[in-house]
Design a protein around this ligand. Structure first.
Ligand SMILES: [Zn+2]
Length: 507
């Protein structure tokens, strides 16, 4: 309870900057003896309401006057199991840096500070702030490893980001909790000032508009005050949830290093007296899930379109395509860290205690990365980029050639010695075949109509995929002939046959 209260009162500083003292303050609700008239249903009382529920979440809705936009009442829902969510996040992101996180049940002080941050985030919503998923992308990755800098500024300028914790920090950086936890930051202070400061010199809200707009343009010279949408637009590599820093490749590399520190210790750190291995299983799945997130952050760069909202008075483009070099770097990262078998995630001790199998956990991560790159939406975006930028765009042909270097490197030796790699190549063949042959269709479920769109017949994408499949089929058939070990031979021959069928489904 004291931490929930702190999370509310933490906003006082922002309101002081906007010209208000004691603007926001949390208190315990009075008991019946203290005030028999106090009620949660009274619209004058805004409250945080504890819900004894196993839902792992919290939310901060508010009710505003539709005529003026004035927020009248708010009611934060605080579900009990938000604590489990917080434990999981902090464990997989920060346990290499914070020894107190190397267990299943955190002590009250650590859990209290985690609760305080969520409390501040939810209160931010009730004050009118939207998510700012772009905020963390304004921070250079190396600053996240700079103890003095990150402890002074925090790892993201907004608590309204889904930036969770500083997973980039490495143990040798000796960064304390001040540099690992999110807090109300520069963006939040500015957003409150913009929203709440009174300008008596303007006679009406309409008269304020041009002043407010000029103010925004001036403030945006400071990148830390930037707001990036992540809810309406899923194409911007900067506006992602659960990510950190301006460069996903660098940030994810550090995040993976921390996961690699966790796996060998996982059995020990999740051990609880008189309990089974359910905790081990849950946290291993969290580690795999976090790895999948890191690779997804990188994959978003491919076909990425950056959206920078602007008023007409502001210079520069609103839509920009992620530079080609960065897209190539992303594919290279995935080749090296995801498609090359991530052997660090394979741990037979964990598998023997949980029943998890490596082919499944690694297979899921690899196919999810593959599907993020090889899908109709991404291909359409690449075709569009090429039509706008010509040769300076990253093309589908280049993407396929770059992926081939990573996923099909064994074609040269005609030997695939690793079951994970064979599974990955099979997944690639399925994905390509499906893309070529998926027709636009309309599925009707009672009450819903879902349109599943196939590859357009009117763009180059289909022609390129067909040519790619034909070329790959020939190479696979050749490798099948040259292969000397049986399993590689069967593998290549099978895949060559599957691709032949994809090219001519009626055969
Ligand atoms: Zn939120």
């Amino acid at each position: 309870m004291p931490y929930l209260i702190k999370g509310v009162n933490d906003w006082q500083a922002a309101f002081e900057k906007a010209g208000f003292k004691n603007a926001i303050m949390a208190k315990m609700a009075p008991t019946k003896q203290e005030d028999s008239t106090w009620s949660l249903d009274d619209a004058r009382n805004s409250a945080i309401v504890y819900k004894p529920s196993d839902i792992a979440n919290a939310s901060g809705p508010s009710i505003s006057d539709p005529r003026s936009g004035e927020i009248m009442e708010s009611h934060i829902n605080w579900y009990h199991n938000i604590m489990e969510l917080l434990r999981d996040w902090y464990f997989v992101q920060c346990s290499p840096n914070d020894p107190a996180a190397r267990k299943m049940v955190f002590d009250d002080e650590l859990m209290g500070e985690l609760i305080r941050f969520v409390s501040s985030h939810e209160v931010g919503h009730t004050l009118g702030l939207r998510h700012n998923f772009g905020s963390s992308s304004t921070v250079p990755v190396e600053n996240l490893r700079n103890k003095a800098w990150v402890e002074a500024n925090g790892h993201t300028p907004s608590i309204m980001d889904y930036a969770r914790f500083n997973y980039v920090a490495q143990p040798e950086d000796n960064i304390g909790r001040k540099g690992l936890f999110p807090r109300i930051g520069d963006y939040d202070n500015w957003a409150i000032e913009w929203g709440y400061r009174r300008f008596m010199e303007h006679g009406s809200p309409d008269a304020e508009k041009s002043h407010l707009n000029t103010w925004i343009i001036d403030k945006l010279k400071n990148r830390r005050l930037w707001w990036g949408d992540g809810e309406m637009n899923g194409d911007d590599s900067r506006n992602q949830t659960e990510d950190l820093g301006e460069d996903a490749m660098k940030a994810s590399m550090y995040g993976i290093k921390n996961l690699q520190r966790i796996v060998p210790n996982l059995v020990q750190w999740t051990k609880e007296d008189n309990k089974d291995y359910a905790g081990l299983q849950q946290l291993y799945e969290q580690v795999s899930g976090q790895f999948q997130r890191y690779s997804a952050h990188v994959a978003r760069n491919v076909g990425g379109i950056m959206l920078t909202p602007k008023m007409v008075e502001e210079a520069g483009p609103v839509y920009e395509i992620v530079p080609k070099a960065k897209q190539k770097e992303a594919v290279d990262f995935l080749n090296k860290n995801v498609f090359a078998t991530p052997t660090w995630l394979i741990n037979n001790d964990i598998f023997s205690k949980t029943g998890i199998v490596g082919t499944q956990s690694i297979g899921n991560i690899q196919s999810s990365a593959l599907n993020r790159l090889m899908n109709i939406r991404t291909f359409d975006k690449l075709v569009d980029a090429e039509s706008n930028l010509g040769n300076s765009a990253y093309s589908i042909m280049e993407l396929l050639a770059d992926l081939k270097k990573g996923i099909w490197s064994e074609l040269a030796t005609a030997k695939v010695s690793d079951v994970y790699r064979r599974n990955l190549q099979k997944a690639y063949v399925s994905t390509m075949s499906n893309m070529l042959n998926q027709q636009s269709s309309i599925a009707v479920v009672p009450g819903f109509t879902i349109t599943v769109s196939g590859l357009s017949d009117r763009t180059d994408a289909r022609s390129i995929i067909r040519a790619h499949i034909a070329g790959l089929r020939t190479e696979l058939a050749g490798a099948g002939t040259r292969a000397t070990d049986p399993i590689s031979k069967f593998h290549f021959q099978d895949l060559a046959d599957r691709l032949a069928k994809a090219l001519d489904p009626n055969k």
